[in-house]
Design a protein around this ligand. Structure first.
Ligand code: FAD
Length: 378
């Protein structure tokens, strides 16, 4: 159901289950608050009658008027950015520099939590993910950007703006929302996979290929594109095995192509991934018949899904489940923008950061015109 479809008459406020990213499971909170309860709990209830009016005709002067002052002035912001990865952080930076009042909420941990270093980001090549975020947050300090380590549980239309419910039942009123929640990698059932993700199983050779160049590599090919990927990866290692587990029909022409590239095709089913130690966290791939194929590294693209908060908004997606956005980064719900992994399968930290900057620009452009128009109308 969309926020729009949910409508102002619908009293049910859903609480995000927060099992956001496969990164950490959050206890499923089945409690459903009425809107009145939620507003009363947060103190915003005092002004619940006037906030919709303020949201519908947002102007800079209204922000300081008596009504909004009653509505806990600190909890009325221009933009709530949901997600503190590269997309959200760079969006917040650009919005802050455009003199917007921003609240950035991040529940963590990041999608690349399992990785030791971030690569392929100019000036930041080899930086640990935590350090990347620490520096980014530090650089937000000069601006009117507040960062809170908190999960966003729900987003609901309120006039021309939004009521954003945070974990702990606090409600923030925002003129715009920018979603930068990344994607959840869904780990397959294969024994050993989850433990080796980010250590010996990687999703992107540009990010992690250099460090393991010329070692024995494999590709877990769940579709035809990933069979081709086995050939692309030979620019990092010539010792390459494509594992299809019989799930992909490989044409005679493709077999010949793989052979010419020196890529071995293994179609038998995999029983488990055998862990190693130290420099070699993966020792081998064990097939169902007990055959061990020694590999140091596997490349794979596990399925992905949106975090529950985004899934529940009912935003338009493409056939792969990524959010559709306009060139300005606006989703199918006016006023809700999105940037980063959740909008595209072309995923990298630097691309998410760039998308965050672009979307911040698009959002600020539209918001400024709207505020100027409202001020002009008086
Ligand atoms: C193992 C691994 C290694 C990688 N290595 C590299 C690399 O070396 N170089 C590179 O360029 N790319 C790398 N990537 C890809 C890169 O990490 C992603 O493309 C990038 O992090 C996406 O940025 P993002 O801001 O869109 O989303 P994310 O970084 O996923 O950030 C989203 C944030 O939103 C938060 N969030 C989610 N739901 C909520 C909510 N309801 N409320 C509040 N917060 C919420 C999450 O906790 C998270 O912190 C790697 C990916 C993986 C999985």
């Amino acid at each position: 159901m969309t926020t729009r479809a949910r409508g102002r008459e619908d009293k049910a406020w859903s609480q995000d289950d927060g099992g956001e990213t496969g990164r950490s499971e959050h206890p499923d909170d089945a409690r459903r608050w009425t809107r009145r309860e939620a507003l009363a709990l947060t103190g915003v209830g005092l002004a619940s009658a006037v906030l919709p009016l303020a949201c519908r005709h947002p102007t800079e002067t209204r922000r300081t008027d008596d009504m909004e002052a009653k509505a806990m002035k600190d909890d009325v912001v221009d933009v709530v950015v949901v997600g503190g990865g590269p997309a959200g952080l760079n969006a917040a930076l650009n919005l802050g520099r455009a003199r917007r009042k921003v609240l950035l909420c991040d529940s963590g941990p990041p999608r690349n939590a399992a990785a030791v270093e971030v690569h392929g980001f100019v000036t930041r090549d080899g930086i640990p993910p935590k350090e990347f975020r620490r520096i980014a947050r530090e650089q937000l300090r000069p601006y009117d950007v507040e960062v809170r380590d908190v999960r966003v549980m729900g987003i609901e239309r309120e006039g021309s703006g939004f009521c954003v419910t945070l974990e702990g039942d606090r409600v923030v009123v925002a003129r715009r929302v920018l979603l930068a929640t990344g994607m959840v990698d869904v780990m397959p059932d294969l024994p050993g996979y989850r433990e080796l993700w980010g250590k010996a199983i990687f999703q992107c050779p540009y990010c992690h290929g250099w460090e393991v160049r010329d070692r024995p590599w494999g590709v877990l090919a769940t579709n035809e594109m990933l069979v081709d990927f086995g050939i692309v990866l030979t620019s990092w290692s010539r010792d390459m095995v494509v594992f299809t587990q019989g799930a992909v029909t490989v044409s005679a022409e493709k077999r010949a192509q793989l052979e010419r590239a020196g890529v071995r095709l293994e179609e038998r089913r995999i029983r488990r991934l055998v862990a190693g130690s130290g420099e070699h966290p993966l020792e081998a791939v064990e097939l169902e018949d007990g055959t061990l194929i020694r590999r140091d590294v596997l490349f794979a693209r596990p399925p992905q899904r949106q975090v529950p908060l985004v899934a529940r908004l009912g935003l338009a997606t493409d056939e792969q489940g990524y959010l559709k956005v306009s060139p300005q980064g606006e989703t199918s719900i006016p006023g809700i923008y999105a940037a980063g992994d959740l909008t595209t399968p072309m995923q990298a930290a630097v691309m998410s950061a760039a998308a965050g900057a672009l979307t911040a620009g698009g959002l600020n452009h539209g918001l400024t015109l709207e505020l100027a128009g409202a001020a002009h109308r008086g």
